[in-house]
Design a protein around this ligand. Structure first.
Ligand code: GAR
Length: 197
């Protein structure tokens, strides 16, 4: 059994998938806390499951580093085996990454290394690609640059809008994320080995 801390910024549908999965008796991970950079709507899912939440808001700090220090301190209180960024829309500062690496993963709505950054779905549509998808990767100090753990593909329809395409991606990225956490918990994915390659 591993302890997982989830970071979110938005609606938290990926968090919800993890919470639903963790409610099953045989799930090999438990969600110990949920953090955010803002009072995220997704906190409602955590509250429903009685999971503690916390906010570390960047504007309250005079530098990215001091924000990262506070985030690191709060996350460390829970002593997680794994930090999952599930729609966390801030770049994690280097001091935070160094504290928990390689035990930080992120889910990103594109087939990395294509379309990194905050507008992956919009960028994929603008590029006219016929398929995109979702990637789970190890977080390093870059922007969506860490080693890729797994990916799933989604066809882009000519009628897709950013919203419809993102919804299709979300449908496939939830099981991708849940399955990845299971594989890490069972030791089938070794994050240390992955970053050493
Ligand atoms: C997800 O699609 C996730 O891949 C994306 O934000 C969405 C969060 O949805 N993450 C990024 O874009 C990170 N660069 P959710 O709040 O419903 O889980």
């Amino acid at each position: 059994m591993i302890d997982v801390l989830v970071l979110i910024s938005g609606t938290g549908s990926n968090l919800r998938a993890l919470l639903d999965a963790a409610a099953q008796a045989d799930f090999p991970a438990r969600i110990v806390a949920v953090g955010s950079d803002t009072d995220a709507p997704g906190f409602a899912h955590a509250r429903e499951f009685g999971i503690p939440t916390f906010v570390v808001s960047p504007p309250a700090f005079d530098s990215r580093e001091s924000w990262g220090d506070e985030l690191r301190s709060l996350v460390a209180l829970w002593n997680p085996d794994l930090v999952v960024c599930a729609g966390f829309m801030r770049i994690l500062p280097a001091n935070f990454v160094r504290a928990f690496a390689p035990h930080i993963i992120n889910v990103h709505p594109a087939l990395l290394p294509l379309f990194p950054g905050a507008h992956a779905v919009r960028d994929a549509l603008a590029a006219g690609v016929h398929e995109t998808g979702s990637t789970v990767h190890v977080v390093d100090e870059g922007v969506d640059t860490g080693p890729i753990i797994d990916q799933v593909r989604v066809a882009v329809d000519a009628r897709d809008t950013e919203e419809s395409l993102h919804e299709k991606i979300k449908q496939i990225e939830r099981p991708l994320l849940v399955d990845t956490v299971v594989s890490i918990a069972h030791g089938h994915i070794d994050l240390k080995e992955l970053v050493a390659q």
